[in-house]
Each structure stands twice: as C-alpha cells, then as structure tokens.
Write a protein that binds this ligand. Structure first.
Ligand code: B1M
Length: 207
C-alpha cells in the first residue's frame, strides 16, 4: 500500500477502494499534506490535462472528481486540525436566472481537488448573495458560471456588485457563452474555458 495506490484509484475512478486506501495510509502514519497533494490533487491535475487534450470527457472527469471527493471527506477534518489545509476559499455559483449546474459542479469539484475550500451557493444566485457569502467566508475569489446568453448580464451585474462592495475579492467567470473578451468587458479578474483551466486560474489569482 502506498500513496501511489490512492493516486491510481482516482485515475481508475475506483470509488469503492478509496475509503480503505485512505484509512490504511492514515494508519501507516503517512503525512496528511503529502497524501492530499500526491494522492488526491496530483491525479486530478493529470485528469484535467487529459480532459483538456481531449483524451477524457465530462463523465470520466466527474467520476474521477467523485472518487477524489470520497478521499477528501476523510482527510478534511484532519487537515483542519493541522492548519495550512486549504489553498484559500472560493465562493462559486451559477448566476441569477440560470439553472445550469453541471459545469459549475465540475469546476467546484476540480477546485476542491486542487486544494481549495469551495463554498457552493448553487444556481440562480442573486448578486448580493455572492457578496454576502464572500464576506462571511473571507473568500479570496468568487467564481461565476453562466450557460445562457440571457443570463450573461447577471454575471456583469454580479461582478459590479462585488466591486462596489469594496471587498478585496477577485472574480473568475466561465460557462459556454462566456469568452475572454466578455470577461474583460465586464471587468472580471479572469476567465477559464474549462474546469481544469479554472484550477490553474484560481492558483494564479490567489498569488
Ligand atoms: Co439548457 N441550454 N436550457 N438545460 N442546456 C443550453 C445551455 C443550450 C446551449 C441548449 C441549446 O439550445 N443548444 C441553450 C442556451 C442557448 C443560449 O443561451 N445561447 C439552453 C437553453 C435555451 C435552456 C432553456 C432556456 C430551455 C427552455 O426551457 N426553453 C432552459 C433554461 C433554464 C434556466 O437556466 N433558467 C434550459 C434548461 C436546461 C435543463 C434544466 C434541462 C438542463 C440543465 C441541467 C443542469 O444543469 N442541472 C440543460 C442542459 C443539460 C443543457 C445542455 C444540453 C448541456 C449543458 C451542460 O451541462 N454541459 C446545453 C447544451 C450544450 O451545452 N450542449 C444547454 C456540460 C457542462 C460540463 O459544460 O456547463 O459548459 P458547461 O461547463 C464547462 C465550461 O463551460 C466551463 O467548465 C465546464 C467544463 O469543464 N465552465 C466554467 C462552466 N462554468 C464555469 C465557471 C468557471 C470556469 C469555467 O469559473 C467560475
């Protein structure tokens, strides 16, 4: 048994094996940060690259994320006790008027896999709800998803509300109709085309 087995379970979507593998590593006294980084985050980076290169598709990425999340559930309380667990808090949600959440969920799971604490507000989220959640959770980033051209204005409204709140919070946006040009136009801090890219972007925005 080794961290490599945990890594492989994520890559193989072996959800059933995950609990045992993690518990055995903990019993063996494996360093929790190392287990998180090398056993759970590293395979999600790999899966993300495969997805970006067209080698894997949404269902596979969801299965890998689900497997990773199983391990994360066991590690999370222990990480909190040890301090320096999270790479930072990100509030995420689908903007007002929009009920699409598959892509947003995927982004949220990949961000968790990337070591971030994710507060998911769900769908059809009012601009001020993002502001309040960012404030309450001391979030560094707010992530907005929109799938409809008709809800893109709500994304702009939300970015403006966050700026007007005076909070030191960066905004990242994405979703099928959203582009880098649109993100620039509404003054978002960053745009990502897909979930793995969102993790990379969040890491940059946290610096
Ligand atoms: Co709707 N829908 N839908 N829909 N739906 C689309 C988006 C549409 C393109 C279909 C079409 O007409 N061809 C179209 C939008 C047209 C437009 O605006 N130009 C559309 C429409 C019109 C509608 C309704 C208005 C239909 C109606 O009722 N007349 C209605 C609107 C309801 C509402 O939101 N108010 C509606 C409803 C629905 C369902 C509820 C049935 C269902 C949603 C179920 C759910 O999400 N729980 C649904 C679905 C499933 C789709 C399609 C088929 C698939 C969307 C999806 O999940 N894609 C979609 C057509 C299509 O895309 N082929 C369609 C997979 C997902 C992984 O991709 O969300 O793009 P995506 O996420 C990607 C990236 O965009 C990015 O990362 C993900 C991948 O890595 N990303 C981010 C997403 N968010 C990000 C955030 C980031 C960074 C990256 O940073 C924070």
């Amino acid at each position: 048994m080794s961290i490599q087995d945990v890594y492989q379970a994520v890559v193989d979507f072996d959800e059933d094996a995950m609990d045992d593998l993690i518990l055995k590593e903990l019993d063996n006294g494996t360093d929790i940060q190392q287990l998180l980084q090398e056993g759970l985050i590293a395979p999600m980076d790999y899966i993300g690259k495969q997805f970006s290169e067209g080698e894997l598709f949404v269902p596979e990425m969801l299965m890998a994320a689900q497997t990773m999340k199983k391990g994360l559930v066991i590690l999370k309380p222990k990480l909190g006790a040890g301090g320096s667990a999270s790479s930072g808090t990100i509030v995420i949600g689908t903007v007002k008027g929009d009920l699409h959440d598959i892509g947003k969920n995927l982004v949220g799971m990949m961000l968790e896999g990337g070591g971030f604490e994710v507060i998911d507000l769900g769908v059809d989220v009012e601009p001020m709800a993002f502001v309040e959640a960012a404030k309450k959770n001391s979030a560094k980033i707010v992530g907005l998803s929109a799938l409809l051209t008709t809800t893109m204005p709500a994304m702009e409204e939300t970015v403006s509300a966050i700026k007007e709140s005076g909070l030191e919070v960066k905004t990242m946006v994405g979703g099928a109709p959203v582009t880098q040009a649109f993100a620039d136009k509404i003054g978002a801090s960053g745009y990502s085309e897909d979930a793995p890219g969102a993790v990379e972007l969040a890491r940059k925005l946290m610096l």
